[in-house]
Design a protein. Structure first.
Lengths: 150, 378, 358
């Protein structure tokens, strides 16, 4: 599938999505509330994006950005979906019911960035100990004992 | 500062009636490292497996945010320490792609040869460790005999046996050792003559087959849904070899087959890795005599600065697809770096694969998943 | 010619000449106890060293080679270390059972020594139900293992003990039937009778196919009964860390370890007695010259040679095969070995009745 076809397909389901083609892959910027609609369409529609190969979050100090890398084992093309989150109350729908790999990746993002994934089946800390305070991968995380300022 | 997210209480409990909750790990012979599995048992039957990670988490992603583009490559050797060379390669490829650095042909050839040697070494270690999980101790020593030759080659080439750090952006750190080709050829001869021993000792063993066939089945759909890559996914019939699909370096110039099995059980995963070793030998054979003369490193600036933007590269490590995702703001250090490690996704499928089977099957399943814990924890 | 027979007779005569009958019995008991304990210690050391050397040979490495010539004193050093280590008892363990279990396992091994003929006329107790005694006592060892597993208050130990219980109880049947088919041939339960019946050839060769089948089943069953790989599910290292003896340390662990090797020795000695003629030299029909030559080799050498050959066989298994899964283990016994050995017993009876064996 060409990028044009994908763009057309996404515009049909989500007219407000904006596109960015400067990078290697097609970037799609959406609102967090639209994620589930778009994800379902991408998975079940003709794009057949059945492979979520990277799920992460980026801290921009003013806001957080969820980054989803989708690919299709049928068409072999990849797209990137981004959604900006409010840094104080980050919350977004879980994708773990559509791509089961999202369950672990979302748990990681939850503890590292503090993003709440709604309807996640088992949103607990995966890597850090249960008593850990703070979100280590955020830019303003301070740990005077273990971090050395360069 | 926002309110801390309320920590949801650990839901693990002592189990319902007739259930036994066993902590496998962080110190356990079969977890090969500090993986902690909370296994709920009903007699010998596994009801649920819940991994608890983080015992060896070094926050490499955070650490890399304060390291320059030349420095951070070497931290990645410590992620999947069995394919450290391929990890380094993935990072170097990203920097070269982002900054459009020309890599000399000679460096490309050597990088691929060493990648394949690393893959064989990793699979050899896996073979031994997996057989040990199933209770056979001897294959471990047979596998290490050949692996030792590879680590010797590595030592000659770059001075290290495990975490090699041989790659710099733009090429290699040093030229290859004068004996390199001779030693690699000696290894190929040795490996080919000894690989039948594995067949006799492991593959054709009746007990081994009955322990692995039909155990830990993962369907193709589930493999994709769980994001499994590498031999795990290929054993389920998913074509996912990055070397074939998105060739990097000189993989498009060599002939090799992507090994695919369809059974999706532990035996299929075993066969995929054994056959993959033979394919790696095939790749090395095509390249070893044709290493072009010339520079081993291209011209680069002293201080590397990735242009503003986002970059993503994928390489095929011994365990699957390693993704390196860098968000750059144009400075000397990355703004955000994410390693999509193959082991993390493969581990997430463990509960699905092993629930309902016996404890012995868990060892077969876990052994053939080839988990490397620092790769999962990063 | 060197013979242990003369030695026992000499001691017997000396005792008879100097003491009254009660005292003789007491002194005999003391001598036997001392000999048994010495044998235990020596066997433990030798067998552990042998295992390590055999394993090393199979695994293309050298094995212990630092302590003493060729590493001969390695196991002695290991034992010293184990003796000096602290024997921990877990806090929540059942103290009495926990401390008793290794001794129960060890005692079973000691009791089993009684009817074994180590050489011609060199036997502690030649009781007339020798084989029955062995089968009944050897089934007691499972009690020790269950005690250890239960008393440790550890989940791994419990799982290991339960596996062990299921395994030993099942494989006892096959081992029993395999032994029975030889009893059918000899018509006696006494160890000396069984050995004497093999004067003109060992049962493995005389007994046609049933004896060979019995031998194979016997070897498989006793490997399982002694919890050796590929049937080492009770202590399956990669699954249950160390199974029933996870919580044991120091000398109590060493007792379990020693008991394992003593048990191997005993089952192999029984196997050698029943199938390979015990101390009886290799005799072939009417080849007088050959038979005479074989008689020159001392009977103790014959016995030990056969026993150690079987021990080597069992060690060979361990370093070659992966472990079975628990359901496969029980399937093997109940679906294959037991029916085969029942049928085999029938076949052996028919052959014995018609006198078709040599």
């Amino acid at each position: 599938m060409t990028n044009e076809a994908i763009k057309e397909f996404i515009t049909a389901t989500l007219p407000s999505a904006s596109f960015d083609e400067t990078g290697e892959w097609l970037n799609i910027q959406i609102e967090p509330t639209q994620l589930l609609t778009l994800a379902k369409a991408l998975r079940e529609g003709e794009t057949n994006m059945n492979y979520l190969f990277c799920l992460t979050c980026v801290d921009w100090k003013t806001h957080l950005t969820m980054v989803y890398h989708f690919s299709s084992t049928q068409h072999r093309n990849s797209i990137v979906v981004k959604a900006n989150l409010d840094r104080n109350q980050p919350s977004i729908e879980t994708l773990s019911f559509i791509w089961r790999t999202a369950e672990f990746h979302e748990r990681e993002v939850f503890e590292m960035f503090g993003v709440q994934f709604e309807n996640h089946p088992d949103l607990r800390k995966l890597i850090l100990e249960d008593e850990f305070k703070g979100f280590p991968l955020r830019k303003d995380f301070e740990d005077p004992i273990n971090m050395i300022k360069l | 500062m926002i309110q801390e997210t309320e920590i949801i209480k650990d839901t693990t409990h002592l189990g319902d009636e007739g259930e036994l909750v066993v902590n496998m790990g962080p110190q356990h012979p079969a977890t090969h490292g500090v993986l902690h599995l909370v296994v709920t048992l009903n007699g010998e039957t596994i009801k649920k497996i819940e991994p608890h990670l983080g015992y060896i988490h070094r926050s490499i992603e955070k650490m890399c945010e304060s390291l320059t583009y030349r420095q951070f490559i070497y931290v990645t050797s410590r992620m999947d320490y069995l394919s450290s060379h391929i990890n380094n390669l993935g990072c170097a490829l990203l920097i070269e792609k982002g900054m459009q650095i020309e890599v000399p042909e000679r460096a490309k050839y050597v990088r691929v040869i060493l990648s394949e040697l690393t893959r064989i070494a990793s699979h050899e270690l896996w073979l031994g460790a997996m057989a040990m999980d199933l209770g056979a101790f001897t294959p471990f020593f047979y596998a290490f005999r050949e692996r030792e030759m590879i680590t010797d080659i590595m030592e000659d080439t770059c001075g290290a046996r495990l975490t090699m750090n041989y790659i710099v952006p733009g090429g290699l750190m040093y030229d290859i050792h004068p004996d390199f080709q001779k030693k690699v050829k000696a290894f190929i001869t040795q490996f080919k003559s000894k690989v039948t021993e594995y067949e006799d000792l492991v593959t054709n063993n009746v007990i081994f087959q009955s322990r692995t066939k039909g155990v830990g089945i993962l369907s193709a759909e589930d493999a994709i849904s769980y994001g499994c890559t590498g031999p795990v996914a290929r054993a389920s019939g998913v074509s996912c070899d990055i070397r074939k699909l998105f060739p990097y370096e000189v993989y498009d110039k060599v002939e090799f087959d992507e090994v695919i099995e369809t059974a999706g059980d532990s035996f299929a995963r075993y066969m995929v890795r054994v056959k993959e070793m033979n394919q790696s030998i095939r790749i090395i054979e095509q390249l070893i005599d044709n290493i072009p003369e010339g520079d081993f490193v291209g011209k680069t600036k002293n201080v590397l600065k990735l242009p503003k933007g986002e970059f993503y590269t994928r390489v095929e490590t011994a365990r699957g697809e390693l993704g390196v995702y860098i968000v750059s703001e144009g400075g000397t250090t990355p703004h955000r770096i994410k390693f999509r490690s193959p082991g993390f996704s493969n581990l997430s499928a463990l509960n699905h694969m092993a629930a309902g089977s016996k404890i012995g099957d868990l060892m077969a399943t876990m052994g053939t998943l080839d988990l490397v814990i620092p790769d999962i924890d990063r | 010619m060197f013979s242990l027979e003369g030695l026992t007779a000499m001691i017997q005569n000396w005792l008879a000449a100097n003491f009254n009958p009660t005292m003789i019995l007491v002194l005999q008991c003391v001598i036997v106890i001392l000999l048994a304990i010495t044998l235990f210690a020596v066997l433990g050391l030798v067998l552990v060293l042998m295992e390590r050397k055999v394993a090393a040979h199979i695994q293309i490495r050298l094995g212990p080679n630092r302590v003493g010539p060729g590493g001969m004193f390695q196991t002695v050093a290991d034992t010293l270390k184990l003796i000096m280590k602290e024997g921990l008892t877990p806090d929540k363990a059942d103290k009495l059972l926990f401390n008793l279990a290794p001794f129960v396992v060890m005692m079973v091994g000691m009791l089993l020594l009684a009817p074994i003929a180590f050489a011609k006329n060199f036997q502690i107790w030649d009781l007339n139900i020798g084989v029955l005694y062995i089968s009944s006592i050897s089934s007691l060892s499972v009690i020790g293992i269950l005690m250890a597993g239960w008393a440790s208050n550890n989940k791994y130990s419990l799982l290991g003990a339960m596996r062990s219980g299921a395994q030993i109880v099942s494989y006892e049947l096959s081992a029993g039937f395999a032994v029975l088919s030889i009893i059918v041939f000899t018509g006696s339960l006494q160890i000396t009778d069984i050995i004497n019946s093999q004067e003109n050839g060992w049962w493995l060769f005389k007994g046609h196919i049933p004896a060979i089948i019995s031998f194979v089943i016997f070897i498989i069953a006793v490997t399982a009964e002694t919890n050796r790989a590929p049937f080492d599910l009770a202590e399956a290292e990669s699954e249950l860390t160390a199974g029933f003896h996870t919580e044991y340390s120091g000398m109590r662990f060493a007792l379990f370890f020693l008991a394992e090797y003593i048990n191997i020795f005993i089952v192999c000695a029984i196997g050698a007695t029943l199938f390979l003629g015990g101390w009886m030299p290799l005799h072939i029909g009417h080849w007088e010259g050959f038979n005479h030559l074989m008689d020159y080799i001392p009977s103790s050498v014959w016995f030990m040679g056969k026993t150690f050959f079987l021990i080597f066989l069992i060690m060979w298994f361990r370093w070659t095969f992966p472990r079975l899964r628990v359901d496969q283990l029980l399937n093997l016994e109940w679906k294959y070995l037991l029916p085969i050995s029942l049928f085999n017993l029938l076949l052996a009876t028919v052959i014995a009745i018609y006198g078709w064996h040599f």
